[in-house]
Write a protein that binds this ligand. Sequence first.
Ligand code: B1N
Length: 837
Amino acid sequence: SKPPPKQIKIAPPVTTTGLTDVDVRSGMQVAALKQAVTDHLRYSIGHPPVATTLHDYYYALALAVRDRMQHRWLNTLQTNFDLKRKIVCYLSAEFLMGPHLGNNLLNLGIEQEARAALAELGQDLDIVLECEEEPGLGNGGLGRLAACYLDSLATLQRPAVGYGIRYEFGIFDQEIHDGWQAEITDKWLRYGNPWEIAKPEVAHYVNWGGHTEYYRDEAGNDRVRWMPYRVVKGTAYDTPTQGYGVNNCNTLRLWSAEAVESFDFQAFNTGDYYQAVEDKIISETVTKVLYPNDEPQIGKHLRLGQQYFFVSCSLQNMLHILSLSGVPVENFAERYAVQLNDTHPSIGVVELMRLLVDERRLDWDKAWAITVQTFGYTNHTLLPEALETWPLPMFQALLPRHLEIIYEINRRFLDEVRARFSGDEARVARMSLIGEEGEKCVRMAHLAAVGSHAINGVAALHSDLLKASVLKDFYEMWPERFSNKTNGVTPRRFLALANPGLRALLNEALGEQWPVNMEQLHQLEAKADDAAFRRKWRAIKEANKKRLADYILAHTDIELDPTWLFDIQVKRIHEYKRQHLNVLHIVTLYRRLKENPGLNISPRAFIFGGKAAPGYFMAKRIIKLINGVAETINADPDVNTRMKVAFVPNFNVQNAQLIYPAADLSEQISTAGKEASGTGNMKFMLNGALTIGTLDGANVEIREEVGAENFFLFGLTTEEVEHIKREGYHPTDCIASNSELRTVLELINSGYFSRGDAEVFRSVVNNLTYSDPFLVLADYAAYVACQERVSAAWQDKENWTRMSILNTARSGKFSSDRAIREYCDEIWNVQPATVKL
Ligand code: B1N
């Protein structure tokens, strides 16, 4: 063996600014940031000046910012270890983080310094920010909620890890071709990702398929061995998530699938090189792409594979860290609170049992007590087509050992049901973890409910409906497990970052604590009666509308007037969200203007945005309909000085930050009882938009907070919807009794909005006429009437502004900080840990 190397003295780096090495890595001043950017340009990126691009500046600044977070991140990890605090593990198949750079600068409090440093290098921060390719690792609300919760957890100094999947391709990019949606694969890693730190040494192995064997161990106990058909390796990629105004910096740990090398070698040695390559491809497929389906679940083998893969890696990781900390496995639930973001990670209940019983050799009862104490389950939807179930043969083929464990959990659980409700075999069948009507399947919501000590919905109405419908039997069995946790959104990204104009005004009026104490916004209520304040408020809104109008012009060639009412509906395209109800109103208004050119209406820009699941026929037709109506109206000189329609392509977190602050009116018009909560509704409210909405999801609580007089309510209630459906709903009756509605549907059906092609929208019109599952026509008249009240209200600028101010002033409840405090106090029992530098 070689002798140890001689101690080498490293000369301190010489810099032209006289800064030390430490300053360059972690200094927050302009000079340090500037030096850091130039160092990263030279040493991390390394293009000669002639080849240096704007993207290089983005990347260099991102690395400089990451260095500053790294310092805080390591201290956070060390502090959490030293204090032996309980940690929140938020398990989610989706994290829709949005662009990192702007948010991290904001949370670190160095936006001005970064702007000045770049300016000295001849660059504009706003233009550099636009270079970031956002990580779209989520579909919509559910994934974005997970991201908001990570922001609040760090800001509230709670130790937390977000565990998920590092999809190589996130949610597709949407382009609009001839009015139709086209899907483009999201190659977000194409130019590298400066925010993640690969941890090749943090890896776990995940089994698939095969069979189980029974054996007797040394102590004479019967045990089970899983003999898998395939093993996949999961490697960790960490993204630090910085809290706002604190040193705490938590971890988002995403797992990426790789082939297990030894498997390759084995095949290689036996000469089957191609088999080895094929294995590698199959393994890496697991984390290749995010399923772009929102609510209707698709029972795909690979999707179950993704779920098991990330959940197994995450639980193994927790157990590994626990043993590194010297904590006995029996104390698992005292150290980890694991939250299931919907049923997507609910296989975790079974996997933890397997790890504890088969691998750690705990006895069943002890393992079960730990499991139930560990997990909490959040339900995000009541739509029957969205509830996850897996066909038994598929489940058995992929996870044979887990199916055995499910049978045992079920056997014991149904014994309990029988003991509580003796003789009620119908109830037993309803509650079973195995569905037996039709094709046999595993019911993941039941599994999550049985395996968790806490079950919650995401808005008051939704939590009530959950107890009364989908999980009624479970509520009757364990009422103490149920609670409501109304969703929230982070005011850092969606107010301070997205709306710098309003941020400055709020700082001036309230001081700078409001982003972490949103109840302070109530102090704005007094300002609503101050005419000078209202003028400032309006000027900010109009500047935001100008900013959005410029963006829309650049991306669609449609020119909007920022003095008009901006009426906006942005969210996934879904029949229950009823974008087509909005379209029916637009066409109604169009016809009224054509018939009566002198009609006095408030000029409006109708703005839409949102992606449709690629296989969702009706949603894709609705996009085409919006674009067809837009094309016709925008080109019609009889009306286009008073109304226009625009569809913003590729709605994502980045352009959402331009859209919410520009809204006067927020469209939240889902069929009552269908939208679990909604979170876009909250982002609009924060930014001073008034809501037109049904009594659905969190709209109910928004209206309660802002006051009925500041909210445009219309439509059937949940009870009325259920009543009508029970009695038999006939949309043709709505048409027969409303000649204006009939004319509107006929106009759409005639090809008027599709260059004479009467085929394109036939399916949409027929669906509404003969089926209308989401009661669009039943709510049409009330919606149109409500929009007339909106138009009238807009005429009184001063009162509209008053209402706008009151919306922001009363939005404090919808901060994700409030939601996270409730989860920490009532479900997780996780305390803050202050991190010092
Ligand atoms: O979760 C959001 C809510 O605000 C929305 O109302 C709700 O619709 C949304 C399968 C889902 N529910 N279910 C999903 C997403 C992806 C997937 O593959 C279902 N998303 C929601 C946050 O609570």
